[in-house]
Design a protein around this ligand. Structure first.
Ligand code: FAD
Ligand code: 2HG
Ligand code: ZN
Length: 462
């Protein structure tokens, strides 16, 4: 039967039950409901079954059954993805990796940790700390997002400017490919030029090539001394210039996040938090410095040299630092609380046009859907702006298209860190040439010859 078809041989379910056990094949509509809709509420599908394998061997057997039956699957981890890539929008079977929660062993001497795909990011952060190290990636969805999902989306987050994205942490992987083959390269050698880095190919592949089942992660040296500051800025352009200046002038910089007045006021209204500074400011820059020694003096000296700073509050106590980060991390939930699901347009802009585009983006949106609200925030130390738009129907894609065309037109990326999913697939050609897309399709055919792996995600139809 055709991939993505919602009607398929009931014998398939029985065969899958034989592999993973009755308890791990969910078919009750009430039980599978939470697997069918994404975190934002914008993408809702349906599935005949959610399969929860308990090992890579079981998963390989499930993939073999899917190949034989032509059954399309959607891998799912914590279901915190933002681009509709982890939900069954075309009646696919959902394969949840959440039973694969093993964390460890840590190789303390090497500073490496091997974890199964269904472990949460928070689990990994704790295990890294327990081993005397830290894990370099952090993001607001840490308690639900899985490491498998982080790898599959090549997640970024708050510390990319210091430690790089998820791809930069992955030294090896175990994966069940769309062929059903289990490939494993988990030795953790730092220098290993023995051919194609299949583990890196899985980073950002969004479940289209196979399932990530385990990864070997690089850990980073602990930076126990942390200080954060929220800067009330004259305008967004000053905040962006300040972020750039700090990248060069503050070697211990570990985060630089932009917020605008409307977003901060929304977070305060939704969460009940007090305003971060006594008076409102048009823009805010949240910065963090960290290292083995107390970076407070270094941070305050660097901030004193910035232009456009109207006010600042510095936090050294971990609880106060966390409170400052809640203004930034609270944006996602606050925007989601406004009613209709937001359009999430996560883009990177070249630094040279970042300020100009942050200024222009609201009018680009207003020109296609007058009255739509635009919420801008993000990891501006990386040139990454989260453009959230509310007041637009979920399936009205005019705003998405206008923003993506404008961003690509100035050399930016239509996906900084959330991936392409189904939401951006039709615009991938704005960033990737026909030859690149042919290469993508060829890689997919090689590793997923029957097209069963997330067939409506990332790789455009031929
Ligand atoms: P899912 O949502 O379950 O899946 C995401 C994609 O990966 C889908 O295409 C799915 O098919 C595929 N997939 C999942 N697991 C596997 C696997 N084991 N093998 C193969 N494919 C798989 N993202 C950022 O980059 N930076 C942020 O700062 C950030 N902050 C966030 C804050 C909040 C509050 C929320 C809700 C989300 C945030 N995200 C962020 C988005 C999201 O957390 C990440 O994309 C995360 O990596 C997704 O992990 P997940 O386990 O939830 O994956
Ligand atoms: C973040 O940085 C996440 O908080 C989510 O990437 C962004 O809500 C968003 O659009
Ligand atoms: Zn983000």
């Amino acid at each position: 039967m055709a991939c993505g078809s919602s009607s398929f041989d009931p014998g398939f379910i029985r065969a899958v039950v034989d592999v993973v056990g009755r308890a791990h094949v969910l078919t009750d509509p009430d039980v599978v409901a939470s697997y069918e809709i994404d975190w934002t509420g914008r993408f809702r599908g349906s599935t005949p079954a959610v399969v929860r394998p308990g090992s890579s061997e079981e998963l390989a057997a499930v993939v073999a059954l899917c190949r034989a039956g032509g059954v399309a699957v959607v891998p799912q981890g914590g279901n915190t993805g933002m681009v509709g890539g982890g939900v069954p929008l075309h009646g696919e079977v959902v394969v949840s990796l959440r039973r694969l929660t093993g964390v460890g062993p840590a190789d303390v001497a090497a500073g490496q940790l091997t974890v199964q795909a269904g472990a949460t990011l928070a689990d990994v952060q704790v295990a890294a700390r327990d081993a005397g190290w830290e894990y370099g990636v952090d993001l607001g969805g840490r308690d639900s997002a899985t490491i498998g999902g982080n790898v599959a989306t090549n997640a970024g987050g708050l510390r990319v400017l210091r430690y790089g994205d998820t791809r930069a942490q992955v030294l090896g992987a175990q994966a069940v490919l769309g062929t059903g083959d289990v490939v494993e390269h988990l030795g953790g050698l730092l220098k290993d030029n023995t051919g194609y880095p299949l583990h890196l190919l899985m980073c950002g592949s969004e479940g289209t090539l196979g399932f990530v089942t385990a990864v070997r992660l690089r850990l980073v040296a602990p930076a126990p001394q942390r200080v954060a500051a929220i800067l009330g800025m004259k305008d967004a352009a000053s905040a962006l210039a300040a972020a750039q200046a700090l990248r060069l002038g503050l070697p211990t910089l570990s985060a630089a996040e932009l917020m605008l007045r409307a977003g901060v006021e929304l977070v305060c209204a939704v969460t009940g938090a007090p305003p971060p500074l006594p008076s409102p400011h048009e823009a805010y820059l949240l910065v963090e410095a960290s290292g083995p020694a107390d970076p407070t003096l270094e941070l305050t000296a660097a901030v004193a040299g910035l232009s456009g700073v109207e006010d600042a509050a510095v936090a050294v106590d971990p609880r106060r630092i966390a409170a400052l980060f809640r203004y930034r991390e609270g944006h996602t939930e606050a925007v989601n609380s406004l009613g209709a699901p937001p359009h999430k347009l996560d883009v990177t802009l070249p630094f040279g046009v970042l300020a100009e585009m942050v200024e222009r983006l609201p009018s680009i949106v207003d020109a296609v859907v007058p009255g739509a609200a635009v919420w801008l925030f993000g990891h501006v130390g990386d040139g990454n702006v989260h453009v959230n738009v509310t007041g637009v129907a979920p399936d009205d894609e005019r705003v998405d298209e206008a923003v993506f065309r404008a961003v690509a037109g100035v050399g930016g990326s239509i996906s900084a860190e959330h991936g392409i999913g189904t939401a951006k697939r039709k615009w991938l050609e704005l960033n990737r040439s026909p030859a690149e897309l042919r290469a993508f399709a060829a890689i997919k055919r090689a590793l997923d010859p029957d097209g069963i792996m997330n067939p409506h995600v990332l790789v455009p139809p031929a």
